[in-house]
Ligand binder design. Structure first.
Ligand SMILES: Nc1nc2c(c(=O)[nH]1)N[C@H]1C(S)=C(S)[C@@H](COP(=O)(O)O)O[C@H]1N2
Ligand SMILES: [Mo]
Length: 310
């Protein structure tokens, strides 16, 4: 994968007019139903993607600015501060990236990033993302439903869960030199959660390939769960029979459950989850059950005690 735009460290752009102009250009791009075409995909360092706009699942709330989305991140491989992922973005090497789908499948797949971007039909999905730390953003992701990829691998009947693994690169990723988490970062979903149409594999945002700090070249987005479930820079997706181990649950099981559905009625042991701060806003908002996506996902949990399975 070629070099990302990474916004030229946009925090250094002090001229707000310049920044606003760029936003208008991006808005113009997004108002077209189809953006350029794949022949421009990796041309001249632009890295525009070709996609159509989803109308079914996208929120019509105001999106966060590209500056907010790319300069306030959680990506512990690049450091634990909110600005570290931007500062250390170039430490993530995405060259010759391959994504493997394996485990309890009839048809294991290994696919490189270019194929992932060109062989799946991409959509823009504007989703809220609610971090467990009680902040949220609205992000125009580009991606496709994870169920498309899983179906290609043909899961066996014994597959009940999906395990995800991020890149392991201790030599280059500054955060992996410390044992803040048991590397590589791992996450998991129940198979029906993974097959739900809301669950997407994202390869871009704001019309272009993903900036490194947002989990380039391929990351998960599960909008009804706390942000840490949306694992970045994925190298492997495995279909498995039992609930897989996940990094945050392993690190602190009483703070971070396997399910981690956004739920204002279940407090984190150290803080309330009732309210959240939308990045860029001052006044707090009420947090909604399943992050406002209940009508698409509450049936997945109908006989479950959500306080026990938090
Ligand atoms: N590999 C990996 N994925 C990760 C994380 C991480 O530290 N490493 N942080 C998670 C957390 S806590 C959040 S809130 C989201 C943030 O995604 P964003 O920076 O694109 O907004 O990424 C999630 N995915
Ligand atoms: Mo998070």
């Amino acid at each position: 994968m070629k070099k990302k735009y990474i916004l030229d460290r946009e925090d250094k752009v002090t001229d707000q007019r310049l920044f606003t102009k760029r936003r208008e250009i991006i808005a113009g791009i997004l108002s077209a139903p189809f953006v350029l075409n794949t022949s421009n995909l990796f041309g001249k360092g632009e890295n525009y993607l070709s996609f159509k706009k989803d109308m079914q699942y996208s929120t019509n709330e105001q999106t966060n600015t590209i500056k907010q989305i790319t300069s306030y991140n959680n990506f512990y491989e690049l450091g634990s501060g909110k600005r570290d992922p931007l500062i250390n973005a170039d430490k993530l090497n995405t060259e010759n990236w391959k994504l493997t789908v394996d485990g309890l499948v009839e048809n294991p797949i290994t696919i490189d990033t270019e194929d992932l971007i060109t062989k799946f039909s991409l959509e823009e999905r504007i989703y809220r993302l609610r971090c467990v730390e009680a902040w949220s953003m609205v992000i125009p992701w580009i991606g496709f439903e994870l169920n498309q990829l899983i179906k290609k691998a043909k899961p066996l009947a014994s597959a009940k869960f999906v395990a995800f693994q991020s890149i392991l690169d201790r030599d280059n990723l500054p955060g992996q030199r410390r044992n803040t988490l048991n590397w590589p970062y791992r996450e998991g979903l129940r198979l029906d959660e993974a097959m739900n149409p809301l669950t997407i594999i994202s390869v871009g945002l704001y019309g272009r390939v993903l900036p490194n700090q947002n989990g380039s070249p391929v990351r998960l987005v599960v909008p009804w769960k706390y942000g840490f479930k949306s694992i970045k820079s994925i190298v492997k997706i495995s279909l498995v029979s039992d609930e897989p181990k996940t990094s945050w649950n392993e690190q602190s099981p009483n703070e971070y459950g396997f399910y981690s559905n956004v739920n204002p009625n279940v407090a984190h042991p150290r803080w309330s989850q009732r309210r959240e701060r939308r990045i860029g806003e001052f006044k707090k908002r009420d947090t909604e059950i399943f992050n406002g996506y209940a009508k698409y996902v509450s049936f997945l949990y109908k006989n479950m005690d959500l306080k026990k399975y938090f």
